[in-house]
Design a protein around this ligand. Structure first.
Ligand SMILES: Cc1cc2nc3c(=O)[nH]c(=O)nc-3n(C[C@H](O)[C@H](O)[C@H](O)COP(=O)(O)O)c2cc1C
Length: 359
């Protein structure tokens, strides 16, 4: 399958203060609002299409480390930017669907139609359990999330919603103003299990896939495309961590340096694993493909010369990936390098299909 639109590029907002080593000499941990505002404003200037604001209430690597809050940051970013898509992650267990839908509708207004949701059904136990909220089993979390999303979707569509279900009871609720800019915000789903695939086929618009080898990505896309679906086909996004240099040897040397730094981060990594639900499918994938960065990171293979990385982006795009959601370290300077060196090379290679983007 080939994605029908040109590739889109996004950056992960730095909500943990780093996506790779906590010990990089040129990239001190910084999860502040000011840093993230400047990062996303710069990404927009550089031509990036999207940013993903992941959601954690406590930093999974270390509860004493700063963590940026997603929905308040999304609202502030909506007022600080003018073009870039703002994808805000949401764990259904944390917000009542009526309240979250209202917040989303308001950010859709502030951003004039640029909000998307990334629905994620939780893997990090302590942030839920320590708040006194029950952390249901994996499949029950997805059941809860599906019912939750069915309410949020209809509210965002402007419908008057009455719902009696296993988890929620809603009576004649509506959101006003209803969306002035489009039918509703875009709904992404993150997660790798069969339940995540069902959820995106039933109720989502875009499936976020963790970084991994292209053969896996082809099979994952095939498995969602094969599901029964009402409405337009599911679109696909890929998480990836980029290390690129003028030549391959320099990129490999940088990768080796980052692995050395990674050794210093062992305590943080162990803290993450200790809190993770052992049934979360994505952790089984990560165990097969050790990587720098989160969500598969370098195992998507975007490590190499500018030409090699551009070739791999094109190959993933031909396999069906529309949106590339990227991490770097040091974040800001490598984000600039990718925009200057790799994105133009991708466009050159896909020259023929660029007309589709503007047409
Ligand atoms: C691109 C992407 C972004 C994600 N962002 C978050 C996030 O912000 N917060 C979170 O708790 N989980 C996040 N996840 C994790 C998943 O939503 C899900 O909890 C995890 O994959 C376990 O579910 P699974 O068994 O379906 O894989 C993300 C996953 C992907 C692929």
């Amino acid at each position: 399958m080939t994605a029908t639109t040109s590739p889109r590029f996004g950056v992960w907002a730095n909500v943990y203060g780093t996506w790779a080593s906590a010990h990089h000499p040129d990239d001190p941990i910084d999860a502040s609002w000011e840093r993230n505002r400047d990062l996303v404003v710069r990404a927009e200037e550089l031509g990036y299409d999207s940013t993903l604001i992941a959601q954690h209430i406590m930093n999974p690597s270390d509860h004493d480390r700063d963590q940026l809050e997603t929905w308040t940051a999304a609202a502030a970013l909506a007022a600080s930017t003018s073009r870039i898509e703002l994808i805000a992650a949401i764990k259904p267990l944390l917000f009542h669907p009526v309240v979250l839908a209202k917040q989303a509708a308001n950010i859709e207004e502030i951003s004039q139609g640029r909000l998307s949701l990334n629905v994620v059904n939780a893997w990090y136990r302590p942030e839920i359990e320590r708040a006194g909220i029950e952390f249901p089993e994996h499949d029950d979390r997805y059941g809860y999330g599906a019912e939750w999303l069915s309410i949020v979707r209809r509210l965002l569509n402007g419908e008057v919603v009455s719902h009696e279900g296993r988890y929620f009871s809603v009576d004649g609720y509506r959101l006003r103003p209803a969306g002035r800019f489009r039918e509703r915000p875009v709904i992404y789903v993150g997660g790798e299990s069969d339940q995540a695939r069902d959820l995106v086929a039933d109720q989502g618009d875009v499936w976020f896939i963790n970084g991994q080898p292209i053969e896996n990505v082809r099979a994952l896309i095939g498995s969602v495309d094969a599901r029964r679906r009402l409405g337009p086909p599911v679109r696909y996004g890929l998480a990836a961590y980029v290390i690129t240099r003028p030549d391959e040897a320099a990129a490999r040397a940088e990768l080796a340096d980052q692995w050395r730094l990674n050794d210093l981060d062992r305590a943080g990594l162990e803290h993450v694993i200790a809190g993770a639900d052992e049934k979360a499918v994505m952790f089984h994938t990560f165990a097969k493909y050790p990587a720098i960065g989160t969500n598969g990171g370098t195992s998507a293979g975007l490590v190499g010369s500018y030409d090699q990385v551009a070739d791999r982006v094109v190959a993933f795009h031909r396999a069906g990936i529309e949106t590339f959601m990227l991490q770097f370290q040091p974040f800001e300077s490598e984000m600039e390098r990718f925009a200057t060196e790799v994105i133009p090379r991708v466009h050159e290679r896909l020259g023929a299909s660029l007309g589709e983007r503007t047409g």
